[in-house]
Design a protein around this ligand. Structure first.
Ligand SMILES: *Cc1c(COP(=O)(O)O)cnc(C)c1O
Length: 467
């Protein structure tokens, strides 16, 4: 056949639709998707014919291409993955996993109507923030609290409300970039506040703040360094000292705590992370932190502090633009409820549980995975690969506790028939995808972040990827 005959032998969309395959598709997929996929597959064949790329026309190839397209299009882009990186608060992997009962509270409130902005006692309009005020003040010790979409929004709205057109004093050692383009100076300028940098990169003294204060000063801001630490010849001003400077000059003081931890991590060897409660106790006017970092809840930005200052922030028009939605509110309320009992929080909030879990538990999980993998790979391939448990270290992630190494156990795999990179790619494309890390040409599956109910899928997918 020459090209022209070839082209005229292409099936029409209608012919394919009326075929057995077409009718089957129409039962499984929306009509517009079936049409789109068939057209695309025919068009691809037409192009291949014109370019002389195909020597014979196979209807089955067109059908297969259409079906692949349909399946790809009709699967969710956002999907669960297995986190085998060992990084508990992994921003790229959705940060904190939520406990089932927290999610059940979301379903309960979102399936029908709720009293989101309705005061049941008075029978009239109520406030969205009222639902978490009691828990926030009880847990943190603050006079009042608000919740917005995320901590970046919290910082932004606080700056806009307290310091628009005024100067905000910040240490040069705290002008950090958090990742995902959250940079303190940029947030500052878009909020309308004027950055007044003081000190040097490594050292800032109380004197530096005092010297910068003038009639245009609107706020003193301290920023948690989050994902970086300075070592050596460094000095920064403690929040207590900033609070007394602020008090003397009637200037509010704000601390962007970043992650914001509600449980004391000192018994676990983490000596550098202050709790929100400790910061609130210093009488700092405003403290902001994330909902989905160490707190272990949904994405959210929590603002707690003195009533008078919170009132000003609550009235700012930008609050409407960063307003939290009811799904998040339901999840945050249920997460915060657990913090009324710290032991319960540590047991039931996945991020905290994974971070603080006993090393022995991680080792046992790694051993279970390794022995099941070894058995699976030998059965399937008749050959063994280098699969063994190794002690390693992992980090919390999420811009929290960067200097703290958590000891962990990982399953180290040196594949025999494929390269380590090939194995990593295959795992990423498995269902569910498995996210691992490579070090020294070895693939590591860190058992800290693998949940027990994920082990079956993990083992199956790794075995299939290796044989
Ligand atoms: C993470 C972080 C933010 C941003 O918080 P999101 O909840 O991710 O918006 C802001 N400031 C600091 C210091 C942080 O660590």
């Amino acid at each position: 056949m020459d090209g022209q005959q070839f082209l005229s032998s292409l099936p029409s969309v209608d012919e394919i639709l009326k075929s057995m395959k077409g009718m089957e598709w129409l039962r499984a997929y929306p009509r517009r998707l079936v049409l789109l996929a068939i057209r695309k597959a025919i068009e691809a064949s037409r192009r291949a014919i014109l370019q002389g790329d195909i020597k014979e026309l196979l209807l089955d190839d067109i059908l297969a291409a259409a079906e692949t397209e349909m399946r790809r299009f009709y699967s969710f882009s956002l999907q669960p993955v297995i986190n085998a990186t060992g990084i508990v608060i992994h921003t790229n992997l959705g940060r904190s996993p939520l406990p089932l009962d927290v999610l059940e509270n979301v379903i309960k409130n979102a399936q029908g109507y709720s009293n989101l902005e309705y005061n049941l006692d008075k029978g009239k309009r109520g406030k969205r923030h009222a639902h978490v005020r009691r828990l926030l003040t009880e847990i943190t010790g603050a006079e009042d609290g608000l919740i917005v979409n995320n901590n970046a929004a919290a910082v932004f709205v606080c700056l806009a409300a307290l310091a628009k057109g005024k100067e905000v004093i910040v240490s040069r050692g705290e002008l950090v970039e958090i990742g995902g383009s959250f940079r303190v100076p940029d947030v500052m300028s878009s909020s309308g506040a004027i950055l007044r940098e003081v000190g040097t990169t490594n050292k800032t003294h109380p004197r530096d703040y005092l010297d910068a204060i003038n009639e245009k000063t609107g706020l003193i801001l301290k920023v948690h360094q989050s994902n970086y630490r300075m070592m050596g010849f460094t000095e920064s001003v403690e929040i207590e000292d900033l609070v007394s400077i602020g008090k003397k000059h009637a200037i509010p003081v704000m601390f962007d705590l970043g992650s914001g931890c509600l449980v004391d991590l000192k018994p676990y060897g983490v000596l550098t992370e202050p709790t929100v409660q400790e910061i609130v106790k210093t009488m700092c006017d405003i403290v902001t932190f994330s909902g989905d970092k160490l707190l272990g809840g949904p994405q959210g930005g929590i603002i707690v502090g003195r009533s008078k200052v919170i009132d000003i922030i609550a009235k700012n028009p930008m609050m409407r633009a960063v307003r939290i939605d009811k799904l998040t509110l339901a999840a945050i309320e249920a997460t915060l409820m657990k913090y009324l009992d710290e032991e319960q929080a540590k047991k039931e909030i996945p991020a905290l549980r994974m971070l603080l879990q006993d090393l022995e538990v991680i080792r046992k999980r790694a051993e279970t995975i390794a022995s099941r993998l070894n058995a699976g790979v030998i059965n399937a391939a008749g050959a063994t690969a280098g699969i063994e448990v190794q002690e390693d270290s992992s980090r919390s992630g999420g811009g929290a506790l960067p200097e703290v190494e958590f000891r962990t156990f990982a399953v180290a795999i040196k594949p025999v028939n494929i390269s380590t990179n090939q194995l990593e790619t295959r795992l990423r494309h498995s269902c569910p995808p498995i996210i691992a890390r490579i070090k020294d040409d070895t693939l590591f599956l860190d058992a800290r972040t693998v949940q027990d109910n994920e082990i079956d899928a993990l083992v199956n997918n790794v075995v299939s990827a290796m044989v």
